[in-house]
Design a protein around this ligand. Structure first.
Ligand SMILES: Nc1ncnc2c1ncn2[C@@H]1O[C@H](COP(=O)(O)OP(=O)(O)OP(=O)(O)O)[C@@H](O)[C@H]1O
Ligand SMILES: CC(C)(CO)[C@@H](O)C(=O)NCCC(=O)O
Length: 412
């Protein structure tokens, strides 16, 4: 917390507190910028004994309480990286950039540092300085992905779930039996990380065939103007129009000796070779569906192989490629299930796209006077903003960017 702005020596009149105190963290990726910020109002501040009144806010900031607790909400937002100006405007309009911290090595310089991760923390550092007058305090992307995943798995109720045959089932996480697991983050590209504990991990693999491939190829092949349009299109398509199935090679038969049914895809997009058709002759929705299936299946398979390498039974998938899409999750789950013969389990996270940003957020805790730890959160509330997202299915309980997590923050 920025304590200095609210210092009170006990003699003077209480300072006027801002209605909202925010900590801002950014994950600036190849495709999307993810924004996480914490906000609370003075009414929401409680002291060590758990009372809640405006005066506790005073004690909180004057430091009379050793373990002050702020209750508030974590908010989430995302922007396309190509529209970074929109993100800067958003931050500026909400004055989120004021919620950074100051490096104690250099307190005389009244500069704010904001925690940021992802390649864009390097690429756009100057832009943030010029536009908002803030410095980005860079946190390693892999560190943040792992810290964000561990935070969600430990602190957020009903965060992880399995998805098979259209059925979503929340997974009860036993904190004493969380590690090891494989974290697969499907962003523009894909990182696969073996996680053994808090801050204990190794990036064991990756693939350049990821979310950027789906969106990039999909845009070229279907002329879709937005990612959501491409997803929507894929819902309506049939991949069999363009994929070559085992049965089409084997005269309608299964190849049971090696465990392949006639309906298994033998070759994604394989029909396009012999069909003698042009791109225009295929329905864009069929192309979109085939592409989504190809990429999801490939990632599921590589993930399984990496889980096998290290004997890992649990694979958590994150990244904004997933977008809570049933078809994507089903394909990944089936691939993991099929190749592992049911031994390994694919699991998904409700805050799938915000792992890096959450990791950057919790890294504020490293700074002694800005010791911020989210200890708890409740089930996400239902919000009216769901209706605005065409891909949100209220029955499935998917996470929406406009949602927030209720949490407590210890400010030391
Ligand atoms: N509104 C959207 N616009 C663009 N891509 C989207 C959108 N929603 C979901 N996606 C998908 O999410 C992917 C980006 O995911 P994510 O934000 O997790 O990664 P990133 O941080 O941008 O990438 P990287 O980590 O590789 O730098 C895109 O490649 C695309 O497949
Ligand atoms: C380069 C990063 C880490 C940037 O987020 C990501 O896009 C990625 O993991 N790409 C895959 C690169 C590879 O391992 O082939």
């Amino acid at each position: 917390m920025d304590l200095r702005r609210n210092e009170n020596d006990g003699n003077s009149e209480p300072t006027q507190f801002p209605a909202q105190i925010s900590h801002l963290a950014l994950d600036i990726g190849g495709s999307l910028i993810k924004v996480v910020y914490f906000s609370t109002s003075r009414d929401n501040c409680i002291d060590c004994e758990g009372e809640s009144s405006a005066n506790d806010t005073l004690r909180l900031f004057s430091g009379n309480c050793k373990h002050p607790v702020l209750q508030g909400r974590l908010h989430f937002a995302k922007f396309e990286t190509s529209k970074i100006k929109d993100c800067l405007e958003f931050i500026s309009s909400k004055e989120l950039h004021l919620g950074g911290f100051q490096h104690h090595e250099n307190p005389s310089k009244d500069r704010k540092f904001i925690k940021a991760t992802g390649g864009g923390a390097y690429k756009f550092a100057e832009l943030f300085k010029e536009n908002l007058g803030i410095d980005l305090d860079k946190e390693d992307e892999m560190d943040c992905l792992v810290a964000g995943a561990n935070f969600l798995l430990k602190a957020v109720h009903r965060e992880a779930y399995t998805f098979m045959d259209g059925q979503k089932e929340f997974v009860q996480i036993d904190q004493s039996d969380l590690y090891p697991y494989l974290l697969v983050n499907i962003g523009s590209g894909v990182s696969m990380i073996k996680v053994d504990g808090d801050g204990k991990f190794e990036r064991v693999s990756g693939t350049n065939v990821g979310g950027g491939t789906f969106w990039g190829l999909g845009r070229l092949l279907t002329k879709c103007k937005s990612f959501d349009e491409l997803l929507e299109l894929s819902h309506q398509g049939n991949n069999r129009a363009i994929d070559m199935l085992v049965g089409e090679i084997y005269g309608g038969m299964d190849y049971s000796k090696i465990g392949l049914s006639s309906t298994t895809i033998a070759s994604s997009f394989g029909k396009a070779v012999s069909d003698n058709k042009e791109l225009e002759d295929y329905k864009p929705e069929d192309v979109a569906r085939s592409l989504l299936r190809m990429i999801s299946n490939n990632i599921g398979q590589i993930s399984y192989l990496n889980a096998l390498r290290f004997g890992l039974k649990r694979i958590f998938f994150g990244g904004f490629f997933i977008r809570g899409q049933p078809y994507t999750m089903d394909t990944i789950s089936v691939a993991v299930h099929f190749w592992s013969k049911g031994e390994a389990k694919a699991m998904f996270l409700r805050h799938e796209g915000f792992l890096g940003a959450l990791g950057a957020y919790v890294s504020y805790a490293k700074h002694s006077n800005d010791n911020v730890v989210c200890n708890q959160s409740t089930q996400l509330p239902v919000s009216a903003s769901y209706a605005a997202d065409p891909n949100y299915n209220p029955l499935s309980g998917d996470f929406n960017d406009n949602e927030s997590i209720q949490c407590s923050v210890y400010a030391a």
